[in-house]
Ligand binder design. Structure first.
Ligand SMILES: [Zn+2]
Length: 355
């Protein structure tokens, strides 16, 4: 029985989506996975600039640390503001004192003429993909921890998939990629089979139909929100970790959702399994295990208690010996200022989306 844990790890986030809340309704109501991307996320990411990205990251980082999460593995896309975008995210997280492992999610879905297009495997790499790879390389070359991001195979040419895998190999890091989240990405396993490695992060894997090396990131709330089905991560022998896919970074809450989603699939699903996914995050960011989070609940180390106890909150958060949160209040950052600046940027972002 313990009220203390290490800092939780969110293994798949999109900090840029923190300001999506309250965005104007899209021109058409999304009716399937692809139209969710087209109507919501691909309009949102094209409206981002570095100022919006910075304050979105700061707000997302503040909310994360106030939820007991001390490390975020982020996947970012901003096709109209690629250069410097990973620095904007890192700076936003640094304001709060949170660890972030960013990646730029490379894609060929924007043609060189700047319009959204269907991507064929055999097409040539676009300028946008080249710039995305360069942003990953620039950040990695600065010596900071990062990954190489890929959006998903169905929006990438084979040339781009090869180049991303090669860049990651050269820096000794993994590729962070959405895999078979929805039916449009059904061919992902075939296209990644000769490229994937043990240090890759394979996000979602809802429709994955054969083994790939890497860690599977399960995002139960996002999968339910997008009506893509249950990923059933225990189908494979891979290590499984938990992510939020951009909907906050409350990992105790995501654990409870992972548990209940598993139970909804089969009654024998154990909270111990979902808890092991939460704890596996420390394999990816080992130093977060040494952070100290003290909670308002004294069975945080018991899967069977936590699964049935909504509303657990951290009281104190210490990252690498530095107290970030005390008595549930931030001590190293000004939460009101971050909220105010983020709200200003949300207004700008939503005006662009309404235009
Ligand atoms: Zn995602």
């Amino acid at each position: 029985m313990s009220a203390t844990t290490g800092g939780f790890v969110c293994a798949h986030h999109h900090l840029y989506s923190a300001l999506a809340r309250g965005m104007p309704a899209p021109p058409a109501v999304p009716h399937d996975f692809l139209s969710v991307l087209q109507q919501i996320w691909w309009r949102l990411d094209a409206a981002l600039d570095l100022e919006i990205i910075h304050w979105s990251a700061a707000l997302g980082a503040a909310e994360a640390v106030l939820s007991g999460t001390t490390a975020i593995i982020d996947h970012h896309e901003s096709p109209m503001a690629i250069e410097g975008s990973l620095d904007a995210i890192a700076a936003g997280c640094a304001l709060v004192g949170l660890r972030v492992i960013p990646s730029y999610g490379v894609t060929d879905r924007w043609s060189d003429a700047g319009v959204l297009t269907d991507v064929k495997q055999s097409d040539k790499m676009t300028a946008g993909a080249r710039r995305g790879l360069a942003e990953c390389e620039r950040y990695l070359a600065s010596g900071r921890r990062a990954m190489v991001g890929l959006h998903a195979t169905f929006t990438c040419t084979s040339e781009t998939l090869d180049a991303a895998a090669d860049l990651a190999r050269r820096f000794g890091v993994g590729v962070h990629v959405h895999v078979s989240e929805g039916p449009d990405d059904a061919g992902a396993a075939t296209r990644l089979a000769h490229l994937a490695d043990e240090n890759w992060l394979l996000v979602h894997c809802v429709g994955l139909d054969s083994d790939l090396p890497g860690t599977i990131v399960h995002n139960p709330r996002s999968n339910m929100n997008n009506d893509v089905g249950y990923a059933q991560p225990t189908r494979f022998g891979n290590r499984v970790v938990l992510g939020t896919d951009g909907i906050g970074a409350d990992m105790a809450e995501e654990f409870r959702l992972a548990f209940v989603a598993g139970r909804d699939h089969v009654l024998t699903f154990s909270p111990d399994t979902a808890y092991s996914w939460l704890a596996n995050g420390w394999d990816l960011v080992p130093e977060a295990r040494n952070d100290v989070v003290t909670w308002n609940y004294d069975h945080m180390d018991s899967a069977w208690h936590l699964a049935f106890t909504p509303g657990t909150r951290p009281l104190d958060v210490v990252i690498e010996g530095r107290q970030i949160v005390k008595d549930a209040q931030p001590v190293t950052f000004d939460l009101e200022e971050i909220r105010r600046k983020a709200a200003e940027q949300a207004v700008r972002l939503h005006e662009r989306l309404a235009a």
